[in-house]
Design a binder for this molecule. Structure first.
Ligand code: WAQ
Ligand code: MG
Ligand code: MG
Ligand code: MG
Length: 243
C-alpha cells in the first residue's frame, strides 16, 4: 500500500496562536506522497483568503503515517433538518441529543457554554453527558487531528460539510463519546450539526449570520478516562470510509 502523509495547517492573525494570535483557520488531509505539495499549497491559500481575515502566521506540518497505524471507520449517516429560527434549531438540537446517554440539562449547559464564548476556541470543549460539567481545562479545547476521508470527494462538494462529517465521524467513533454539538466560526456560515447514535443531523440557523464565534462540544460518558479519549482524538490517524 502507498505510504500516506498527514498534512496539517493552522493559521492565525496577530502572530502565532501560542503568542496570543487570533485563530483564523485550521485544516488537514491525509494524502499520498505525490499529493503533498499541492495540498500544502491549497491549505496555505485557504489561510490567506479566509472570511475571518488574512493570516499572518501559517504553520504547515507534514509527517509520514505508517500504514499499520491507521484506523478505518464508517462515515456517519446524514439527516437534513429544516427550521426557521435559531431558537427552533437549538430546541431541535436538544431533542435530538437527549436520551439515555445525554441529559437535557447537559445539552442546555453546552448550548449556553457555546453562546457565552467571547472568542472562538481552536478546539472543542469536553462536557460530561449527564451532569453537563465541563471537563477540559484551559481555553484551547481538544483539537481533533489526523483524520481524512478515503474518498473525500464522494462526501460532496460542500467543503464545510465534508470536513465536518469527517471530524464528527472520528469523534463519534471514540469510545466514551456519545454526542457532539457544533456550529461554525465562519461569519457567513450558519449551518451547524449535532451527531449522536451514528447520525449527523444537519441543522440550519444555528447562529446569527455575521458572527465569527463558533464552537464544538463533545459529550463524554462520566465513567471514561478523558486522557485516553483525548489521545485518540488528537493523535490516532483515522480514515473515514463511505458506507
Ligand atoms: N477539533 C476540535 N474542534 C475544532 C476543530 C478540530 N479539528 N476545528 C474546529 N473546531 C472548533 C473550533 O472551536 C471552531 O471555532 C469551531 O469548532 C468551528 O469550526 O454544512 O465549519 O471549522 O453540514 O468553523 C458545520 C456544518 C460546519 C457543516 C462547522 O466549523 C454542514 C465548521 P469550523
Ligand atoms: Mg474548519
Ligand atoms: Mg462513541
Ligand atoms: Mg471556521
Amino acid at each position: 500500500m502507498a505510504e500516506l502523509y498527514s498534512v496539517r495547517m493552522r493559521a492565525a492573525q496577530g502572530g502565532p496562536h501560542e503568542k496570543g494570535g487570533h485563530h483564523i483557520s485550521g485544516a488537514e488531509r491525509i494524502v499520498k506522497l505525490e499529493e503533498v505539495g499541492a495540498i500544502a499549497q491549497s491549505l496555505a491559500d485557504r489561510a490567506l483568503h479566509h472570511s475571518k481575515g488574512r493570516a499572518d502566521f501559517i504553520n504547515i506540518t507534514v509527517d509520514l503515517i505508517p500504514p499499520e497505524k491507521i484506523t478505518y471507520i464508517d462515515c456517519l449517516k446524514v439527516e437534513e433538518h429544516k427550521t426557521s429560527s435559531i431558537s427552533e434549531s437549538h430546541q431541535l438540537a436538544t431533542e435530538l441529543l437527549q436520551g439515555p446517554h445525554i441529559s437535557e440539562a447537559a445539552v442546555l449547559k453546552a448550548i449556553s457554554l457555546l453562546k457565552s464564548l467571547d472568542k472562538s476556541m481552536r478546539g472543542a470543549m469536553l462536557v460530561d453527558a449527564i451532569t453537563g460539567e465541563r471537563l477540559d481545562t484551559g481555553d484551547r479545547g481538544v483539537r481533533v487531528s489526523h483524520m481524512d476521508s478515503f474518498d473525500s470527494y464522494a462526501l460532496g462538494d460542500n467543503e464545510h460539510m465534508r470536513e465536518a462529517l469527517v471530524l464528527a465521524s472520528k469523534v463519534q467513533s471514540a469510545d466514551g463519546i456519545v454526542g457532539e454539538l457544533c456550529w461554525s466560526d465562519d461569519p457567513d456560515y450558519t449551518v451547524g450539526y449535532v451527531a449522536c447514535n451514528g447520525v449527523y443531523h444537519r441543522l440550519p440557523n444555528m447562529k446569527e449570520f455575521g458572527s465569527d464565534i463558533g464552537g464544538r462540544v463533545f459529550f463524554v460518558r462520566s465513567d471514561i478516562d478523558s486522557e485516553s479519549v483525548i489521545e485518540y482524538l488528537e493523535r490516532t490517524p483515522v480514515l473515514v470510509q463511505r458506507r
